[in-house]
Write a protein that binds this ligand. Structure first.
Ligand SMILES: Nc1ncnc2c1ncn2[C@@H]1O[C@H](COP(=O)(O)OP(=O)(O)OP(=O)(O)O)[C@@H](O)[C@H]1O
Length: 249
């Protein structure tokens, strides 16, 4: 019997309602509704320029929303600055990883540690980092750097981890090993994970649910299984031709 079917739904850690997000007062994302629950991985998909990064930056407090509401851990956070959100448990892994190249892995992790944070749990969850603790971040492989970027974001045990394009510049074989780390994070720490990813198939392998944006609007959403079973719909949604056709969850 599948164990997951009988389990009650976890609490929503992030609820985005009617979000309008963009630049210089002009929305590029319109009317977006999205939810992430504790302990689940949610993929945000869509073609280039669809508005994925804009959505993540707005959720993470790097861009002020132009409309709608964002609720994190039961509180409204629209317009709250990123560093305050980080203290409240919302961690961002940016596309460029933003590591300190001249510092070692251990030092990068230590710098991220708040009063209550601990590297120990992170190393238990990401044992791949243990073997390179004394190496400079700048000398790590792309995959190791990305692992460190995730590890650093986890030191404070966030309730929500927001990850932008983990796979950027990495070979597919590396991405295949890296993406399942997000599932480990969700299961091991009970963290909600919102991830933007270009590798759709790999993303649907690790995510419970996914949302697809086209031209700034939500065109498809559902469980990963529902979307995997409807490849034509998924392709059409990337082209902006489908309108919320899969059952929403
Ligand atoms: N700093 C900016 N100022 C003005 N417009 C921007 C800025 N950044 C992005 N845009 C525009 O917003 C739209 C959405 O871009 P966004 O980066 O969110 O898309 P994306 O789905 O993440 O695409 P990609 O996969 O290419 O990163 C695009 O039309 C883009 O040109």
């Amino acid at each position: 019997m599948p164990a997951t079917e009988a389990e009650p739904e976890a609490e929503a850690v992030l609820t985005v309602t009617g979000l309008e997000a963009g630049y210089h007062g002009i929305p590029v994302v319109r009317g977006l509704d999205l939810q992430v629950r504790a302990g689940e991985v949610v993929a945000l998909l869509g073609s280039n320029g669809a508005g994925k990064t804009t959505t993540l930056m707005t959720v993470a407090g790097l861009l002020a929303p132009l409309g709608g509401s964002i609720s994190f851990d039961g509180e409204s956070i629209g317009g709250v600055a990123a560093h305050r959100l980080a203290r409240r448990g919302l961690s961002l892994v940016p596309e460029d990883r933003a590591l300190f190249a001249e510092l070692t892995v251990r030092e990068n992790l230590r710098l991220a540690r708040a009063k209550t944070g601990s590297e120990r749990d992170v190393l238990d969850l990401l044992p791949e980092l243990t073997k390179c603790l004394d190496r400079k971040a700048g000398l790590l492989s792309g995959g190791e750097q990305q692992m460190l970027a995730v590890g650093r974001a986890l030191v404070t045990r966030p309730k929500l981890l927001v990850v932008d394009e983990m796979s950027l510049g990495l070979a597919p074989v590396v991405v295949e090993r890296l993406l399942p780390v997000l599932r480990r994070v969700a299961v091991g720490f009970g963290t909600g994970v919102l991830v933007v990813e270009q590798h759709v198939t790999l993303a649907l392998d690790v995510a419970e649910r996914a949302y697809v944006l086209a031209h700034g609007r939500l065109v498809l959403s559902g469980t990963a299984a529902q979307l995997r079973d409807q490849p034509d719909l998924l392709t059409a949604s990337y082209l902006g031709d489908a309108v919320r056709a899969a059952p929403s969850t």
